[in-house]
Design a protein around this ligand. Structure first.
Ligand SMILES: Cc1cc2nc3c(=O)[nH]c(=O)nc-3n(C[C@H](O)[C@H](O)[C@H](O)COP(=O)(O)O)c2cc1C
Length: 196
């Protein structure tokens, strides 16, 4: 059996692998001190590439950061970016600057889809992940050297989790709002069960 066929993260034997991944994936912020296997990194990037986007614009480019020193610097990009220091890979999601006049709002939707695909594909491979929101934009441009026309709002941390059990923890009770708080029927404000 090749390594690819090893059951991973509880998903390989599931009859509903997509649903399991959606339901069980959690943010992982503590990583083992080992590099990503190249084929895992490639799969993650390919998952981002394959995302759908408004008018198929594919408004993303990815800066892959693997050097420990560079990751340590990226950890200063925001107050909650510290996990990048211990990640095996940081992938900066770079788009055309969405604040330019006429820039479509869809860019961030598109980017979210690419990021979600990357993080779900990672989970299936036993790789944990979490975004870091960039607050220090000048620093991000200096560290990543993307041009003035472009913008980086998020960098994703990836790595094998320090505790592999974190990948297959059952969903936390109360970890997400119940549907009854989120769903309105036909008109805003009509919550609860659908009308008979
Ligand atoms: C757009 C976005 C930005 C986020 N930014 C950060 C961040 O800067 N630092 C961080 O540690 N987690 C960040 N997260 C992760 C969230 O905190 C996490 O998904 C949320 O708390 C739910 O965690 P859970 O999936 O483990 O239940 C971000 C998530 C999203 C979707």
């Amino acid at each position: 059996m090749s390594t690819d066929e090893q059951p991973r993260a509880g998903v390989a034997r599931s009859a509903e692998p997509v649903w399991d991944a959606i339901r069980r994936r959690r943010a992982i912020r503590r990583f083992a001190d080992r590099p990503l296997e190249p084929r895992h990194l490639e799969r993650i990037l390919d998952a981002g590439r394959r995302a759908n986007s408004s008018k198929n614009r594919q408004p993303w480019e990815f800066v892959v950061c693997l050097e420990r020193g560079h990751l340590g610097e990226l950890a200063r990009l925001g107050p909650w970016a510290g996990h990048l220091a211990g990640a095996a890979a940081g992938i900066a999601l770079v788009t055309p600057d969405p604040r330019q006049p006429g820039a479509p709002l869809s860019v961030m939707f598109d980017l979210g889809q690419a990021a979600a695909g990357m993080m779900l594909a990672a989970w299936e491979l036993g790789v944990g992940s979490v975004p870091a929101t960039v607050y220090e934009h000048d620093l991000a441009r200096r560290l990543l050297e993307y041009p003035e026309t472009h913008h980086c709002e998020f960098v994703l941390s990836f790595g094998y989790p320090a505790d592999p059990g974190d990948l297959i923890e059952p969903p936390r009770p109360g970890g997400r709002k119940p549907l009854t708080e989120l769903v309105h029927h036909e008109r805003w404000g009509r919550r609860g069960n659908p009308p008979p």
